[in-house]
Design a protein around this ligand. Structure first.
Ligand code: ADP
Length: 604
């Protein structure tokens, strides 16, 4: 039994638990994959907005170059350079100030004398940088290999640059071009303004910016390139400058300080949710360098703008600007994952429970089978013993009689009586075994006929009386005067009675008294009731129903010394039920057993 339980635990329960654990793990992986897919999808949206913004800037850059080429078409570069500010502002609405500088450090435009207040401010802020007399912290968008900029780790330098080029930070200073005649400028990594919930690196919390700030002078930035965009922060304000030098005179660099509000207007039109199907799921926003919303797809939507789901930087031309994606309903993702988790959890719990319950039922059934197998073995030894005892006495007495040594007539009659009763006992036992196997196979046939049950009882009791009285029994029989008709098989009904009387004789104890009562009862339905009573020890508590099970013996042969097969009551009940009635046990008042046979009464 223990072995079976161990096999069950090892072969079924443990593998099921392992499978359940694997299922939970795969669910977690599944959820991770799902989140990853979703974040990739939304990342695609942010990337496409950022790409379009970069493309728009590139388009402006080309347009700027075209403007210059148009101006240079019919004039000398030096002439164009002198009046460049006024001309450019007239022709190109995106320009706030136009500038022209030569690589040797001459500033042609804007004019100190004829320029407006913007020009003055511009010169104040940028002249030293543009004429390469000062290196400042800048972001620039031109081929980086054109100048020599070694990488280095660093703190967030945005704040440093925000404080203005006039006061470059000490951290950026040591390697600066001013102190480094070899022309090496220092590039520093920056942290991003926003902290996306999902980053492409995965779990990493630290979100480094793709853009880098460098301390360099203008000539150094230009290097061998012909055009580019330079961005720098001055008093917390972003200055974006386009520059271009024509092949007609590469010594003169033309540039423009971009009118930021106008540029932003153009960028705002690019902020949209693509594909449309995601419209109800996300809000796309364009954030400026202070993580303030410049434009968003859902005007009413509000959230912590610094914590987007995913975000993409626009690039060096607009440093710290981000195309960010926010979930309209952030709980939905976790909710659906939780529902899935809960469903699977419940499913696994139900499965484990079902396996447990199934296992328990198997164990119970196994236990029952084992008990039955043990009972069958007991039955074989019990029956053999029951057969052996009468056979021994028959053999002994018949040998005595055959020898002719017993001459006393009385003794002879007594021996013959013993032989007869032992033969009857053998017949009863064999009948029981045969009937039991017939009933088991469903072969048992009854010859139903209207019969007087009181008469059957009288006949059986009288034929059994000598056997009981020989054992010192006092047998009383209380029968009604009138017949009590039932529909039944006389022999089968007699067999029930013999089994009950035989038990009364076997399980009698000291008080050898037995009684048989027959009555007609009308409740609940009209039936005839036969009671067989004794004054024996009675059936032990808790075994009242079990004694009707096949092979079951409440008093086993070893401890009680009473022989039996455990089939008598089983047969009695099966035959009674075959007649539409039943046999039941109830304890007799003042000690003893009372077995009651009920058979439906037949209409007279
Ligand atoms: P057995 O061959 O063992 O008598 P039965 O099916 O006739 O088989 O009886 C089953 C069990 O019921 C017996 O082993 C005994 O323990 C109990 N039993 C039957 N009749 C009586 C009785 N009259 N008094 C007490 N116990 C009884």
């Amino acid at each position: 039994m223990k072995k079976v339980a161990l096999v069950f635990v090892l072969a079924v329960f443990v593998p099921s638990l392992v499978l359940a654990w694997l299922a939970v793990r795969s669910l977690r992986d599944q959820q991770f994959v799902l989140e990853r897919q979703q974040s990739l999808l939304y990342q695609g949206v942010a990337d496409s907005v950022a790409r379009e913004a970069s493309a728009l800037l590139a388009e402006h850059q080309r347009e700027f170059a075209r403007q210059i080429e148009a101006l240079l078409a019919d004039k000398k570069p030096i002439e164009v350079a002198r009046s460049f500010d006024e001309r450019l502002r007239k022709d190109w609405p995106l320009a706030e100030v136009g500038f022209a500088v030569s690589l040797d450090g001459t500033c042609y435009a804007p004019s100190q004398l004829f320029g407006g207040p913007e020009a003055h401010r511009f010169l104040l802020d940028n002249e030293r940088f543009l004429t390469s007399r000062e290196s400042v912290q800048v972001f620039w968008d031109s081929p980086k290999n054109s100048i020599n900029l070694p990488q280095s780790e660093g703190k967030n330098q945005k704040q440093a640059s925000e404080e203005g080029s006039d006061a470059p930070q000490a951290a950026a200073k040591p390697d600066s071009y001013a102190n480094n005649p070899a022309g090496r400028a220092k590039e520093q990594k920056l942290t991003r303004n926003v902290e996306p919930q999902q980053t492409q690196q995965g779990a990493s919390k630290q979100t480094w910016s793709k853009t880098a700030v460098s301390e360099a002078e203008f000539r150094q930035l230009i290097g061998a390139s012909t055009e580019g965009i330079v961005a720098r922060f001055l008093q917390n304000k972003l200055n974006v400058m386009f520059w271009y030098r024509s092949p007609r005179d590469p010594q003169i660099v033309f540039g423009a300080l971009v009118n930021l509000p106008r540029l932003v207007q153009g960028l705002s039109d690019l902020v949209k949710v693509e594909p449309e199907s995601l419209r109800d799921e996300i809000c796309v926003a364009l954030l400026d360098d202070s993580a303030r919303v410049v434009s968003k797809t859902r005007p009413a939507f509000q959230t912590n703008w610094k914590r987007p789901f995913v975000a993409t930087e626009i690039g060096e031309a607009l440093p710290h600007w981000e195309a960010a994606v926010y979930l309209l309903n952030p709980a939905r993702l976790t909710r659906s994952a939780q529902t899935l988790k809960l469903t699977l959890g419940l499913l696994i719990a139900v499965l484990v429970l079902a396996i447990g319950a199934g296992g328990w039922l198997i164990v119970l059934d196994l236990k029952r089978q084992l008990t039955l197998a043990r009972q069958k073995t007991d039955f074989v030894s019990n029956v053999s013993h029951e057969l052996k005892t009468p056979l021994t006495s028959i053999r002994m007495f018949s040998e005595l009689l055959a020898d002719g040594r017993v001459t006393d007539r009385e003794k002879q009659r007594s021996y013959f009586n013993i032989i007869t009763s032992e033969t009857a006992r053998l017949t009863r036992l064999i009948n029981n075994v045969l009937d039991f196997s017939r009933l088991e196979r469903g072969d048992k046939k009854y010859n139903f006929a209207k019969c007087d049950l009181a008469d059957v009882v009288r006949e059986t009791v009288e034929s059994y009386r000598p056997h009981l009285e020989a054992g010192g029994f006092k047998l009383e029989c209380d029968l009604p005067a009138s017949p009590l008709f039932v529909k039944g098989d006389r022999d089968a009904l007699a067999q029930i009675l013999v089994n009950l009387l035989s038990n009364a004789g076997k399980y009698s104890g000291e008080r050898k008294e037995a009684r048989v009562e027959v009555r007609r009862q009308s409740q609940p339905l009209a039936h005839v009731e036969v009671r067989v009573l004794d004054r024996g020890p009675g059936v032990p508590k808790g075994c009242e129903e079990k004694i009707f099970e096949q092979f079951y013996r409440a008093h086993d042969s070893l401890s009680s010394g009473i022989q039996g097969s455990g089939l008598g009551l089983t047969l009695a009940r099966q035959i009674a039920r075959g007649h539409g009635g039943d046999v039941s046990y109830e304890p007799r008042q003042a000690g003893g057993s009372c077995f009651v046979l009920r058979v439906p009464a037949s209409p007279i």
